[in-house]
Design a protein around this ligand. Sequence first.
Ligand code: ADP
Length: 542
Amino acid sequence: MLGSMMDWPLLCTKILDHAAAQHPKRTILTRSVEGPLHTTDYATLRRRSLQCAKRLEKHGIRLGDRVATLAWNTWRHMEVWYGLLGLGAIYHTVNPRLFHEQIAWIVNDAEDRLLFVDLTFLPVIEKLIGHMPTLEQVIVLTDAAHMPATTLKNAVDYESWLAEADDDFAWKSFDENTAAGLCYTSGTTGNPKGVVYSHRSNVIHAWQAATPDMIGPSCRDVIMPVVPMFHANCWSIAFTAPLTGAALVLPGARLDGPAIYETLEVGKVSITAAVPTVWLMLLQHMESKNLRLSHLKRVVIGGAACPRAITEKFEKTYDVRVAHAWGMTEMSPLGTLCGLKPETASLDIEGRLDLQVKQGVPPFGVEMKITDDAGNERPQDGRAFGRLKVRGPAIAGGYFKGMGKDAFDPDGFFDTGDVATIDADGYMQITDRSKDVIKSGGEWISTIDLENLAISHPDVMEAAVIGVHHPKWDERPLLVIVPKAGRTPTRDEILAHYEGRIAKWWMPDDVVFIEEIPHTATGKIQKMTLRERFKDYKLPGV
Ligand code: ADP
């Protein structure tokens, strides 16, 4: 027997309909790419998104077509998203921090028909346009007054383009499993792979993010996603804010410490989210200028491990609660968030700061397990680590054009490529990427733990740990260090710093000092390059 409830497809545009109906005057404040602050509201955003959908249809954009955006978080970028979603077309967010050849590669792979671009990235597109033959037109996200001269043939400013249609339009209807968005993983090895979100997965994910133990805004909050819309759907916030009725503040192109501080204050932001490096810049700025935060209550930090020192500063100095989150493009992206359970609620501040180094617990709709290389489940005791695998309705079940089939196990779990522990209370902690973990005599050594400890030494600016061949143990850890300017720590001082803090057999076999550690386009340490550089390194005693 089937239930007798309504079939109400989970379509992303219903989120905006709800916001416009229930929270029509809730503001969306943007620091525009042109400079001045711009204010709109959910009713107007919906009206202009309908207009955008009509204009896109006039161009010939139809169900299933891909359209690229190379843009910051602004109200115009949101209009383009919802306009496309209202047709069943697919927003393809392109990460401008990728290498130029990769930008062209993914636009071609996606076969994008149009490109919406911010003024900032226009020069890049002028250079690349000859290599992107599927693009029919480039629309610059500005108005006629700010439209620069360009070598692009039929480029037009967004406001003039939009004005060629009115807003007398109705969203198209289609199945909730229809593709909604496309985002490529950064592809440290091989070409990037496309993740195709559906309307259903986006709505479910926005709902998950809205629950109180996840990002959890209410209609009395003001939320600012500093994390860009091109970084895994800005962690759901372009959907979760209208779903909950929270007001939005969008930071535009300026993500430096002074700009973020000013936007937090002017926008009276109560919740915000970004990667750790953004918060380092903000904290440095506030410290140097002796500033306070008047409205901020909660900061979501993810995308890379959040050092204890950042959490401590926010919590102790500024009285802001930190939510350490983990996720990935394939997971829409939220996987876990580190909040308090009744089991951990009685911890004192130091205990809580220790706990918050962990990535936390999943919401309903994210199943997790850790396994060994053969796929056998490992114990959830906070000590055993294994490959972290996940399953759920907002997690990729495959990639665009059938890539990456080997990432899924027979039970349908997706191998995240991360190595983690899960403790008895369910808290997950990332210890490594699986390709970076060091296997010494069959046992695994966490490079992240060793790096975090190295960074806590006062003379160390950056640290990376890689495995180097060892005749007896297969691999042993080599610690690579960039010292702080003017400091000259020695090998023995650094190793002494580990004494009593790690198991003896985790002790790095040697330390090398270099001037710079190579990084990827998304700011992560490029261990492959380091491994290549030190592949013939002779460890002492070998
Ligand atoms: P990109 O590399 O382009 O940023 P993702 O955002 O999908 O791509 O990166 C996901 C990966 O980032 C995760 O698999 C994990 O390795 C890492 N990551 C994300 N959040 C955290 C976190 N809180 N702690 C440690 N690692 C994290």
